[in-house]
Design a protein around this ligand. Sequence first.
Ligand SMILES: NC(=O)c1ccc[n+]([C@@H]2O[C@H](COP(=O)([O-])OP(=O)(O)OC[C@H]3O[C@@H](n4cnc5c(N)ncnc54)[C@H](O)[C@@H]3O)[C@@H](O)[C@H]2O)c1
Length: 414
Amino acid sequence: MRRLRLGLVGAGRRAQAHVQSILALDDRFELVAVCDINPAAAQAIGVRTGASAHGDVDDFFRAGRLDAVDIVTPPDAHHVIAKAAADYGVPMLIETPIAPTRQMAELIIEAAARAKVPLEVGENVWRWPAERLARQVLQSGAIGRVLRAYCLYVTGGYHAMNLLRTYLDYAEPRTVSAHVRRYAVEPYDFNGAHHDDETWTAATIDFAGGATAIHECTSSWSSPVRQAVPRFFAAHGTKGTLVSQGGQLEVSVVTDGKLVRHRSETTWVAGNTGRTPQQLRLGPPFDLVYENPFAAVVEHHPDLWRGGEDEVARADELNSLYRAVADGVAPEYGGRNGYRDEELVVAMNESGLAGGAPVTFPLAAITKWEEATHAAFGRAYGVDPLRDVDRARRVLFSVYGARVPAPSQAPVRA
Ligand SMILES: NC(=O)c1ccc[n+]([C@@H]2O[C@H](COP(=O)([O-])OP(=O)(O)OC[C@H]3O[C@@H](n4cnc5c(N)ncnc54)[C@H](O)[C@@H]3O)[C@@H](O)[C@H]2O)c1
């Protein structure tokens, strides 16, 4: 197997999990260079892995002789670093979301297409083992035609949009109605920042073919006040119901006039520090199986993000990048799917700004919320997100970013 020379841009919190995955896939990747505008962060990973450390993106690309790059910077920086990667002709994997607005996402897609380099988006939710099995259940017709998909998720509207679109077989959205509210909440600190409010979003999305998606999330998922909120995914079909919770599925269907509930079963493989799902199975009458192709290389690390299932997803997305570069196959998700997820987030925010009024597709070339986000980007970083994209390479971007909540009024206080 050919080993690719991989570079990593962004050496913050999420990058620690990526490094774990890259090292686990050492038959496919050699991490040769790491870049962070904070040189100490790059050096820490460099010392751990032997990769060369860089504080400047251009130096990194010039020195690296890279076959591919993994972009794990804050979302506001994705299009900036991706444009640099395309300029240097380097295939890329970009963390989620692809970009905060459609215009920034389009810039990435166009730059990669011009440079003829593969572009993959690290959307992880549909790659979790339970969701791979859920997709098989839905495709098998076990619960009939899906009428409604539900996603009560703790964070990242784009993750929810990926999940809902997967449950609805990537149907085209027609209208989005969203209530977006800001509330003052018990203050808390997370990722080095102080927070004293939350943005809550509740949306219904109508799709071509008549299915509807229902979504709810809060921005304060990391607050102790919200940490106990479970995530809940479900599909209501014409013949039955699929519920996905805690990495397990329950499929309920009526058989001989009686409700029968079928639960998935997981077999685990033990690692040095924990366990990883090896196989998820839904028994008779469905007989569907998800085999984890990475069971031998990834382990459950309880200190890292979502543990086992997310490690499988990260290995999966890195493998998609690998296959795109080494074998010339199309990236499994690709820039356009990342764009589609974020487009729905834009539509939810636009509807939120309009007090919940439905927003219809196709969206306007640029929405009010996108204009406000670009203006906030300019205020936060002193550069225009689209016109100054090359100059922005030397900006220190923040993970909380320039995204504006919608509606943009002051939060509701008790
Ligand atoms: N898929 C998921 O479940 C998931 C989970 C967490 C984070 N993420 C994504 O991962 C990305 C990184 O998030 P994080 O929590 O690690 O953020 P972070 O702030 O901890 O790390 C970002 C790093 O990027 C660096 N950086 C900023 N501007 C730069 C520039 N111009 N050039 C080079 N480096 C620059 C910062 O110095 C920092 O070290 C974000 O896109 C986030 O949305 C995804």
